[in-house]
Design a protein around this ligand. Structure first.
Ligand SMILES: [Zn+2]
Length: 241
């Protein structure tokens, strides 16, 4: 079964000094991709809505898709949000509460300097317009390298702070850099999240709600046919179980 969730990082052109450029999707290309999804008949769910549907029905919704963005970069507001709002597309941002409103390297790729994250006001405006905010941990530390006390803090405090800000439940989690551990899974579940996402790609035989695969859209998906080929397997009919 394919998990109908795609993810992005930065919706921007790479900076001149960016060594790792895979996480950048240029704004115009993002707009073309979103228009394509809409035209292809996808139905858009936030991450928590998609999971809720799965828990109730044992399958993902027909043509359902969740678009997710990791790290909460400010370009998500300036470059992605106008497109999503105009097309009426729901999405989910996995935010790092300790860097809200700041320039930070906590989630930066190798060699990258500080980069702006979403401000509180931007998050509130987006949350008002169909964008869901999930957790990407408090500090974007790699959970398998931490003590259980540290993992608890990263998970519980992030959820708390996001809920305080948005005044909405923070139900889903994305692992920093995709690093999962059994202990982290259990702590995330116990904290009240309904699901957690990795960065692993491809179909799975069984569904582990606390280690869900996602399909990454990369800078090298330059042409629309490449993007189309990537999202096609995620489009499920009601007969798929
Ligand atoms: Zn990240």
């Amino acid at each position: 079964m394919n998990i109908p969730v795609i993810f992005y990082h930065k919706i921007d052109k790479p900076a001149a000094d960016s060594l790792v450029r895979g996480g950048f999707t240029p704004p115009r290309r993002f707009a073309v991709q979103m228009a394509y999804l809409k035209k292809s008949g996808f139905v858009f769910y936030t991450a928590s809505e998609l999971i809720e549907h799965f828990k109730q029905h044992g399958v993902f919704p027909e043509n359902g898709l969740a678009i997710t963005l990791d790290d909460g970069w400010q370009d998500n507001y300036t470059n992605a949000f106008p497109v999503l709002r105009q097309l009426g597309i729901k999405a989910t941002v996995f935010s790092i509460p300790s860097v809200i409103g700041e320039m930070s390297t906590k989630a930066a790729a190798k060699g990258e300097g500080p980069r702006a994250h979403l401000s509180r006001d931007q998050i509130l405006e987006m949350a008002d317009c169909g964008i869901e905010f999930g957790s990407h941990s408090l500090n974007h530390r790699y959970l398998p390298e931490l003590t259980s006390g540290e993992v608890k803090l990263e998970v519980e405090e992030a959820k708390n702070q996001i809920e305080q800000l948005t005044q909405k439940p923070c139900l889903t989690f994305a692992y920093p850099a995709g690093y999962v551990s059994d202990e982290a899974k259990e702590i995330i579940r116990a904290a009240g999240h309904t699901a957690a996402f990795t960065t692993i790609y491809g179909p799975t035989d069984t569904i582990d709600l606390y280690a869900l695969n996602r399909t990454e859209v990369l800078r090298r998906d330059r042409f629309l046919f490449q993007f189309a080929r990537k999202v096609k397997p995620l489009q499920q009919s009601s007969s798929v179980s």
